[in-house]
Design a protein around this ligand. Structure first.
Ligand SMILES: [Zn+2]
Length: 185
């Protein structure tokens, strides 16, 4: 058990790592003013938040399809069957490509939606210590120990089932969460 349980400290507000009292909820830490907000918010992010990618990708793909069809039409008007065939083939390829990308976006969004309650259950109670950058839960529930922001993010994304969506350059990808951080059911 990582909770130090010192009797002089008010329960739930002191850091088990350094004993400091300058402790915020991760929600405050990720969204609050006066902190390096962007960087810390990303380090403590609860999920990938990809909500608009699918729509943008669909629009981009369809614009390209329309342009390609216009090109084929121009070829037809000018009696150039090579343009027509090439344009139509390209349009089909673009449609298929767009469908694949959009399907991937939808799948990722669905995974995030499905994992959201689990992520919230682990994320919301967590506290961030400004002195040592440790992340912990008061009383050791629903998870135990003191994690770095990267380990915390890895824990939340893994438990929520979308750790595969951690960007390749995200430091959370390479860290290990200590075994036993999340207890049994
Ligand atoms: Zn601390």
């Amino acid at each position: 058990m990582a909770h130090t349980g010192s009797s002089s400290e008010p329960a739930g507000t002191s850091c088990p790592g350094c004993g400091g009292q300058d402790v915020l909820t991760v929600q405050e830490a990720a969204g609050g003013p006066g902190l390096r907000r962007g960087a810390l918010a990303a380090r403590l992010a609860r999920g990938p938040h990809k909500s608009r990618d699918g729509f943008l990708h669909a629009v981009e793909g369809l614009v390209l399809v329309v342009l390609t069809l216009a090109w084929a039409r121009m070829g037809a008007d000018q009696g150039k069957p090579l343009y027509v065939g090439g344009g139509l083939a390209l349009a089909v390829l673009l449609l298929v490509g767009t469908a694949v990308v959009v399907r991937g976006d939808i799948r990722q969004r669905a995974a995030e939606r499905a994992g959201a309650p689990r992520a919230a259950a682990l994320w919301r109670p967590a506290r961030y210590c400004r002195a040592c950058s440790g992340v912990f839960c008061p009383g050791g529930t629903p998870w135990r120990g003191l994690l770095t922001p990267e380990q915390f993010k890895k824990l939340v994304w893994t438990e929520a089932g979308y750790a595969d969506q951690l960007p390749p350059d995200d430091a959370a990808r390479g860290v290990e969460v200590p075994p036993g951080t999340v207890g049994g059911p």
